[in-house]
Design a protein around this ligand. Structure first.
Ligand code: SF4
Length: 65
């Protein structure tokens, strides 16, 4: 199973991840990233990987557990 890990020190709350995989990522009114779920469904893997690759601050990782 793939699990999403957020480095909150790096996250700037820019919301690129939300625009690419909104079922997993949401930015709140304060610009804080809310991880809606951390276990990646197989059919969402491409969208999540695109979100991880597109994060401008490299704050996202996916780990296989
Ligand atoms: S794209 Fe990166 S910096 Fe922007 S909210 Fe998502 S994790 Fe944070």
């Amino acid at each position: 199973m793939d699990k999403i890990v957020v480095d909150r020190e790096r996250c700037g709350g820019l919301g690129v991840c939300e625009s690419l995989a909104g079922a997993y990522f949401e930015t709140d009114d304060e610009g804080e990233l809310v991880l809606l779920r951390d276990e990646v469904e197989p059919h969402d893997r491409d969208a999540v990987e695109e979100a991880v690759a597109s994060c401008p601050t490299e704050a996202l990782r996916v780990h296989r557990v």
